[in-house]
Design a protein. Structure first.
Length: 87
């Protein structure tokens, strides 16, 4: 795992239930503001249930992708009370 990927996972692990961050916000916080696609790639590979990847959404408020399926991501976010934009 690269240093960037490690930073991304540590940042995402700290997102509390009911809150979200955009891929861009995670990239910025990890020190690489233009690496939002790399954030998505990193999260796509993650299988650790302690890392709440479902809490990372697109900048427009829509859910984006999820390695366990978009429907499950939306379900989890709704259960936590997070605000998302469904397209």
């Amino acid at each position: 795992m690269s240093e960037f990927e490690d930073k991304v996972l540590r940042i995402v692990k700290k997102i509390p239930p009911g809150k979200t961050m955009s891929y861009k916000q995670v990239a910025e916080k990890a020190g690489s503001p233009k690496a939002w696609r790399a954030v998505g790639s990193c999260l796509k590979k993650n299988n650790n249930p302690a890392i709440p990847c479902h809490r990372v959404i697109k900048s427009d408020g829509s859910p984006g992708g999820y390695n366990k399926g978009r429907k499950l991501k939306i379900k989890k976010l709704k259960q936590e009370g997070a605000q998302i934009k469904e397209l």
